[in-house]
Design a binder for this molecule. Structure first.
Ligand code: GRG
Length: 302
């Protein structure tokens, strides 16, 4: 099947239910260990919408490398979404972006309070790491590979990845960042977890090094494309479409749009999608879903 006939809306729709079910299983494991208020905040942050792009990418990469693992593949994929959910809960806090709306709903701290949201977000990090390891074992990975997969997730989430990117973002507010710093910021803040989504799927399927490398290159290209698209959406759409309030201008953030203007930003996003697709071809990864998902990253409306 070629990307021209690949039905991405149907594919995304079909993947949402198993992702949601895996997130429910993850919450069911965590909840007995959490105080009720923290559990409720964690549930608010993890459920209730979102494109679920990271888990969908993870399962797509797993399948592209020959994996077929049913629920356990989605459990692995959900570990990425748990990290993503915690990062959004913390990002929305008053000490960071101070956001009132997320995915068309009040942010977690607006419903459950700041301190409970902080604790719930922190609690999700080890839940995610343990879940990644457990799921990898269920998929038949040996203990060393399962540990490596969990470590891949934590590395992407850490100071050399998402957390480090958030630091750069916070430091950069009100400053004019040049292209190189902006790329570094987003490669870490947004890109690292997207790249890990692909890598973890490939690792769980036992993909050889050249395929893992191609998946990582694909991930880096779509990670940047995703952020360029995010900047365009923030500059052009309102809260009704985005499900959150546009905030780049208000927070005086440097963006690809402020640096290059909308047309050039769009051109860059499209070029990155082409680069991502070429990476797959370089390792003969036949994956209509991944090709279509690269396009989706820039064509999405929220
Ligand atoms: C304490 C410095 C410090 C960091 C804590 C808050 C935090 C960790 C990290 C923030 C990371 C962050 C907010 C990255 C942005 C990622 C991003 C582009 C989010 C939007 O992703 P989508 O569009 O959202 O996939 P949905 O709602 O579809 O899931």
């Amino acid at each position: 099947m070629t990307s021209a006939v690949f039905d991405l809306p149907a594919y995304l729709d079909e993947r949402l239910a198993p992702v949601k079910a895996a997130l429910e299983r993850a919450l069911a494991v965590a909840e007995p260990h959490l105080p009720a208020d923290v559990a409720a905040a964690a549930r608010h942050g993890v459920t209730g919408g979102g494109k679920r792009l990271r888990p969908i990418l993870c399962v797509a990469a797993y399948e592209a490398c020959g994996g077929s693992g049913g629920d356990a593949a989605y459990d692995l994929a959900a570990s990425l979404e748990l990290i993503h959910a915690y990062s959004l809960m913390h990002d929305d806090l008053p000490c960071m972006d101070d956001a009132a709306l997320r995915r068309g709903r009040p942010t977690t701290h607006r419903v459950h309070g700041e301190d409970v949201t902080m604790r719930a977000g922190a609690a999700l990090i080890p839940v995610a790491a343990l879940q990644a390891r457990r799921a990898a074992l269920s998929l038949g990975c040996d203990p060393a590979q399962a540990a490596a997969i969990a470590a891949r997730l934590m590395t992407a989430a850490g100071a050399g990845g998402m957390v480090g990117g958030q630091w750069l973002d916070l430091e950069g507010e009100g400053q004019r960042l040049d292209e190189e710093r902006l790329d570094t910021l987003h490669r870490l803040k947004t890109g690292a977890l997207l790249v890990a989504s692909l890598s973890m799927g490939g690792m769980a399927a036992g993909a050889p090094a050249d395929r893992l490398d191609a998946l990582e290159r694909y991930g880096r290209a779509i990670g940047l494309a995703f952020q360029v698209a995010d900047d365009i959406l923030d500059a052009t759409q309102d809260a009704g479409v985005l499900g959150k309030n546009p905030s780049d201008a208000e927070l005086d953030k440097s963006t690809y749009v402020s640096l290059h203007g909308i047309e050039e930003a769009r051109r860059r996003a499209d070029a990155l999608v082409d680069e991502a697709v070429a990476s797959l071809a370089s390792a003969a990864i036949e994956a209509p879903a991944l090709r279509a998902l690269a396009g989706y990253v820039v064509a999405r409306r929220n």
